[in-house]
Design a protein. Sequence first.
Length: 567
Amino acid sequence: MTDGLLAAVGRGDPLALTVAPDGALTVASDAASAEVEIDDVARIEATIGPRWVWWSAASVAPVLEVVPVARAWDLAAVHRLVHGGWRAEPAVVWARSHGLDPDTVPVLRPPDLFDLGPAPADLVEPVGPDGHLRPEWTAGEWAATPARRARWAAAALDVAARQRDAVDSLAAIHPQALATARAESTAEVLCVELGAGGLPIDVAVAETIIGGIVGARPRSTAEADAQRAERDAAVLRHAPPGRTDLRNPAQVRSLLRRVGVEVDDTRAWRLEQLRDVHPVVEALLAWRRIERTATTYGYGWLDEHVRDGRLRGSWTGSDGAAGRMTASAGLHSMPADLRPAVVAEPGHVFVRADLGQIEPRVLAAVSGDRSLAAATRTDDMYAPVASQLGVDRPTAKVAVLGAMYGQTTGHGAQALRRLDAAYPVAMGYLRDADEAGQVGRSIRTYGGRLIRFGSTNANEVSERDARSRAAAMGRYGRNAMIQGAAAELFKRWAVTVRARLAGDGIPASIVLCLHDELLVHAPLDAAGAVAAIVADGLQQAAAGWAPDDSVRFVADLSVVPRWSDAK
DNA sequence: TCGGTCACGTA
DNA sequence: CGTACGTGACCGAG
């Protein structure tokens, strides 16, 4: 059945895959296409090992949840890499890869009594006379018949080839571009797997922690309301009489004014300074913490996102800015208080590792600063930087971070000047990014990701406004180059670990990616092997990623039964 | 019902 | 006046 289809497809060669809403699977090579079953996909993966091409990992999730695909070319992910931004639906991806303006993508008009739309004959072709994908196709008509599904898969192959050319062109200046495209694609696979697998949670422990903060689980809405009122009363007791809605910042501000506390806003860090001024401040801060747990990380959160002992959210491989992974369901912002509830299943442990001082090390690598690279040879690179600058370690750290983040306040100016003298290459790299941001000139990360700057807003209220906007864009540019490159390295690490676990047949899986931290759920007896893979995987990923071996990357690794046991 | 603002958890 | 994300409550416009 698939003989002609696969005749010329070898390991790593592109092979398109689509999944129709009704579950029909279509596979297409340059030569032919076929409707297949999921077992066929698994067999092709095992015997040939092609580079699977799809419009997006989410669009083939039913396959990815079953078949652990090794090689991928994710059109949406590569599109985001090459063209920046976040929108990456097929119509936009097609447009960009064909040199068309995405703003001219046709939209599907609602059915109109007097306009029956295109004749059915027109819908045979996926591409309209304007060169864009037909909106009827992108809206779902692509899946209507086997013939259309085949055309849709062929269109994906067409885009993949064009993207490959674009990536190859990029490689002249960004040698990592192709590797980045592949790693970002595989990271999308990992995202589907993370979403399906979830993070192991001991619900009983979680309930105990939440109960200790907000009280017992209410058994009715009346009880919930009473709990809420009691929380509020604990604050309002300290306030002058009169109704105040604690959930309304304006009213909180006026309450504070009535007790003699003047603030521009009521953010916690500001109120921290005023704890001693009036008892209501302390009560309010305590209320905020409890209210946060109750509303965002409380029983409702557990009920909504935890099933079968797993906390599940949806993952994206790349945000719209610098390219970090994102996750919903609070997976990336779970309060430290709740982490003791992240417990490995019986007979399992977590192998947990986080990258040490990743951003300054990445800066040393991507800028090619030999002096800063030399500092990365030590476990704590701020120590040699401090002695180089002739300042103490805390000052050196603040100076380096300030340079990377564009800090403008504080008294780091002196150290910043010394930084310029000691590490001119690294500082120049950051300054270039800052200037690009200020003038709205798009830039690319080390790995080739385009950082877009929207056209600067011409109608600023004032010169001062325009200046602060430009400064903000400058900081954004600095940060994006570092954060983005760090995200690229992190994903290389993650997909390397994933591949080696699969290659060694170890039934362990990555269950959390947290920007610079990797959490792997592993059978107890495989913990040592997994730890070795995680540690060595970093060296392997870094060796493939970095321009040379001058920068040392380090990970802090631990094997623990619960997440909070580490660190 | 929606987008904007404030606020806050994480890296 | 470090950036980024997701979430939830509230506001005011529609």
